[in-house]
Design a protein around this ligand. Structure first.
Ligand SMILES: Cc1cc2nc3c(=O)[nH]c(=O)nc-3n(C[C@H](O)[C@H](O)[C@H](O)COP(=O)(O)O)c2cc1C
Length: 252
């Protein structure tokens, strides 16, 4: 017999799961430490590879968070300015190196052909919901910069994964993050996972003593959602049958 289930109907569970959405505009109100601890405790109820919990969470708040944000914004300002200047800007960037990724180089790399349309759709719909067109590069760069203000969240969590377990560390961290995000949602908090902040690990490590055998996976902004339009955005969902794979042959 599995552990006792709480008295929630499947429909209630489905509705709750579907009601979580990324928050991209936060009030500045701090999260009470007890509340954050409850959410972190819930995060620990997720399954984990051999129960190893191969991840660490750096909690950035107050001045620490501000210093990280400031450096991120400076780097992004230099990158976006030079990328908009064409070849000369790119050469300047390569020579000065300020703002180039120091950790996760996946961010900013082109998507593979099969995934690109999904990402493009998200970009077009999310930015479109805020009146930003694809052609308006300045506005798009400015919007991306809000990632580096953690969308105004009072707390940014930096999620580190143990290098030794490879993809299983990332999977475990993902499971933990989803528990964390749902627990936060149940308590009136909003969250946004942020791959955007994984490119400059050196900035975070300057503030936190993170062991060398851990690498930065992503950030996670957490706090109280504002009623800004960005938080009403509902991203598209592909149907479940688009991710299922059928057997090569169904005949016996
Ligand atoms: C690992 C990961 C990284 C993400 N990085 C970013 C990010 O850098 N900036 C952002 O605004 N949203 C980011 N997101 C949020 C996704 O865009 C979002 O989850 C997706 O569009 C589905 O929308 P929903 O969370 O509102 O359901 C990230 C999500 C995940 C799981």
């Amino acid at each position: 017999m599995n552990s006792a289930k709480p008295e929630l109907s499947p429909t209630q569970i489905s509705q709750f799961l579907a009601s979580r959405r990324s928050t991209r505009d936060f009030l500045s109100n701090p999260i009470p430490r007890d509340l954050l601890n409850e959410v972190l405790e819930d995060a620990m109820t997720a399954p984990s590879w051999s129960n190893t919990r191969p991840f660490l969470v750096a909690i950035a708040e107050g001045e620490v968070k501000e210093r990280i944000s400031k450096e991120f914004l400076n780097r992004w300002a230099n990158v976006s300015k030079n990328l908009r200047k064409g070849l000369l800007g790119k050469i300047t960037l390569l020579l000065t190196r300020y703002g180039l990724p120091t950790s996760n180089r996946l961010v900013g790399k082109p998507y593979s052909k099969d995934l690109k349309p999904r990402s493009m759709r998200l970009g077009a719909e999310l930015l479109g919901s805020m009146g930003i067109s694809r052609e308006n590069k300045d506005a798009r760069d400015k919007w991306w910069a809000t990632n580096y203000e953690f969308y105004g969240a009072p707390t940014e969590l930096f999620i580190y994964i143990h290098k030794s377990l490879g993809i299983f560390s990332a999977s475990d961290a993902g499971l933990m993050m989803e528990n964390l995000m749902l627990s936060a949602h149940a308590r009136g908090l909003g969250t946004c996972a942020q791959g955007a902040v994984s490119i400059w690990d050196d900035v975070v490590r300057k503030e936190f003593d993170v062991p060398k055998n851990y690498r930065l996976l992503c950030g996670l902004a957490i706090g109280y959602p504002s009623d800004a339009p960005a938080n009403s955005f509902k991203s598209h969902r592909i149907a479940a049958n688009e991710i299922t794979v059928s057997p090569r042959s169904t005949s016996a």
